[in-house]
Write a protein that binds this ligand. Structure first.
Ligand SMILES: C[S@@+](CC[C@H](N)C(=O)[O-])C[C@H]1O[C@@H](n2cnc3c(N)ncnc32)[C@H](O)[C@@H]1O
Length: 452
């Protein structure tokens, strides 16, 4: 196999980004866009000593699971990665993704349950973070990043976003352009507006807007008052409008400083029977319907008896602890984002949850505090970011010796890595993937472990 050579391949698997996988001359060949079972003509575009990447040129034998992508921008946009695969097959492949990483780590696990999908796997996202940039021609544009790049792909409709959010975002973008604001230039670090963040509560329809600016002087720019006035006249569902300053050279979307232009500090949404306040900087699951499925799986698999002390670690606005609150005696939560902890403590009151306490700080630093206070958890629930658990936190968790651990994970690779450590002292009772992000390569998992 050489670079630029045309090669016939049979696709034997799909990888963690849904890329087709084949083997040729003892090498793994990745073929983006190809589906397991297909026979294809490809062109080698990259070759290393361990693997090759080839572009899909022609399909001789099509998979029965191949379907027409719903979105015109699918081929370019980096948002979705599997619209060309029928939804039921996407779910099966997500099971395989989880299985592959667990096998790679040699984790001992029972059967992986079938990935729980959505009945209507479109328009599910309750939050959008649109980058606003200047393009190569100097025009200000808004859209999503192209695959493997920070070029912007503009699109008239995003099929995984809530439609109201999508339409409103375009309206706000036009207002910003009319006032003469320009998009951020990543290379030079100049420009006015970096991102537009819009959140819409699934159950109440309340909307929160955050405009992320690149320069401190913009926080007092009078043009935003004009835009705010227009927006609240046009849309009574808008409950809060904020400016956020991010003037660092970073891929993070939000900066520290936030200024309220209008309205409330939060919007409310619910998951199951519980209602949550959500502030601009708090984490909240972007797929409200599937969040309820996820938390219900966790609740059922933990089989709580009502007398347990539970730790809710990486707790965001307290969503998981509060969802489990009718099944436990006491809850102690830790979350690094102070604003989310303020919300969590308000959410306890809102839901009349007694015996729950949320503290601000990192799990690795704050968990010691519970030990000093001689609080002995029966159950520890963790829901860390994609990087998973750090060594220090795992050591503390093992030291507490809870009877059960519930691990909610948005990254199967770090879940598998951490389960490998935890399995020395715990049996893995169940692993359930839940599809929170249809048409993307992301998959959420709930693993429930019991003390050996
Ligand atoms: C995947 S979210 C889960 C939030 C919540 N459990 C939920 O379901 O909405 C992960 C959360 O961990 C927080 N976080 C990140 N690193 C942390 C750390 N070292 N210690 C505590 N919290 C952390 C983030 O701010 C975020 O709220």
């Amino acid at each position: 196999m050489n670079k630029n050579e045309y090669v016939d391949l049979e696709i034997i698997d799909n990888g963690s980004s849904f890329e087709g996988i084949a083997k040729k001359d003892g090498k793994v060949v990745f073929v983006p866009g190809a589906i397991i079972g297909e026979k294809v003509l490809t062109k080698v575009i990259k070759i290393t000593k361990d693997y090759a990447i080839a572009s899909l040129e022609e399909i001789y034998h099509k998979s029965v699971y191949r379907t027409e992508p719903i979105c015109d921008a699918f081929k370019k946009c980096g948002g979705c990665s599997s619209e060309h695969i029928e939804y039921n097959m996407q779910l099966l492949l997500k099971n395989k993704m989880v299985e592959n990483v667990l096998k790679k780590q040699k984790v001992t696990y029972p059967n992986i349950e079938s990935t729980i999908g959505m009945g209507m796997p479109y328009y599910y996202r309750n939050k959008v973070q649109y980058p606003i940039r200047v393009d190569r021609l100097g025009n200000t544009v808004m859209g999503f990043y192209a695959k493997r790049s920070h070029d912007i792909v503009q699109n008239s409709c995003c099929f995984i976003q809530n439609r109201v959010i999508d339409i409103l975002s375009k309206n706000i973008f036009d207002l910003l352009l009319n006032e003469g604001f320009v998009g951020y230039n990543e290379e030079k670090g100049d420009g006015d507006i970096r991102h537009l963040l819009v959140r819409r509560s699934y159950h109440t329809g309340e909307i929160m807007l955050v405009i992320i600016v690149n320069n401190e002087s913009l926080l007092s720019d009078r043009r935003f008052e004009k835009i705010t006035k227009r927006l609240i006249e046009q849309n009574e569902s808008i409950k809060g409008i904020f400016l956020n300053l991010n003037d660092s050279n970073t891929n993070e979307i939000l900066g520290e400083q936030i200024v309220k232009l209008y309205g409330e500090d939060y919007i409310t949404d619910s998951i199951g029977d519980y209602t949550y306040y959500i502030s601009p900087k708090s984490f909240f699951q972007v797929n409200t319907i599937q969040a309820e499925v996820l938390y219900t799986v966790l609740k059922n698999r933990l089989n709580l008896q009502g007398n347990e002390i539970l730790f809710d670690l990486y707790s965001g606005v307290g969503s998981i602890g509060i969802f489990l609150s009718d099944k436990v005696k006491e809850i102690y939560g830790i979350e690094i984002e102070e604003e989310a902890v303020t919300m969590a403590n308000k959410n306890i009151e809102l839901n009349h949850v007694e015996n729950a306490e949320y503290i601000a700080g990192s799990v690795e630093d704050k968990i010691e505090e519970f030990k000093q206070r001689k609080i002995h958890p029966d159950v520890i629930v963790v829901d860390p970011p994609r990087r998973g658990l750090d060594e220090k936190s795992i050591a503390y968790i093992l030291d507490f010796k809870p009877q059960k651990i519930g691990y909610v994970s948005c990254n199967p690779a770090t879940l598998a890595r951490d389960l490998k450590v935890l399995e020395e002292q715990y049996d893995i009772h169940s692993i359930t993937p839940v599809d929170l992000f249809p048409h993307t390569a992301h998959v959420e998992c709930v693993a429930v472990l019991g003390k050996k």
